[in-house]
Structure formats: C-alpha cells, structure tokens
Design a protein around this ligand. Structure first.
Ligand SMILES: [Zn+2]
Length: 61
C-alpha cells in the first residue's frame, strides 16, 4: 500500500509594503513598524534619530 506524504500546511505569508522607521545609524539595525512607533521617535537600541522608509514585510495577522 502506498502512503503519500501528507503535505505540510504552510502558513500563508503575505508580504506587503510596510512603512517603518529605521535607525539612521550605519552600525545599528534598529527599526520599528510605524504602527507601533511612539511619539518619541528615537531608536530604542542606540537613541539615534529614525527615518521613515518602506520595507517589504510579512503582514501581521
Ligand atoms: Zn539605532
């Protein structure tokens, strides 16, 4: 008898353009989604300013 491998159910990941704030420091990878950003727009890791940019990120469910 032949058993076919049950295909794994992959969670569907939807990539969409997302506005984020990104740390201006070259040596820091800090960033946050705009929707989660607070008014105090300083990098939570190094304290530098952050700039708005668009990244392709998986949608949050
Ligand atoms: Zn930073």
């Amino acid at each position: 008898m032949y058993f076919s491998k049950k295909q794994q159910d992959f969670e569907e990941v939807i990539i969409e353009n997302t506005v984020v704030f990104s740390c201006i420091s070259d040596t820091c990878n800090g960033w946050m989604r705009k929707e989660f950003a607070t008014d105090a727009l300083l990098c939570p890791f190094c304290g530098n300013d952050m700039v708005e940019e668009v990244r392709e990120l998986p949608r949050i469910k």
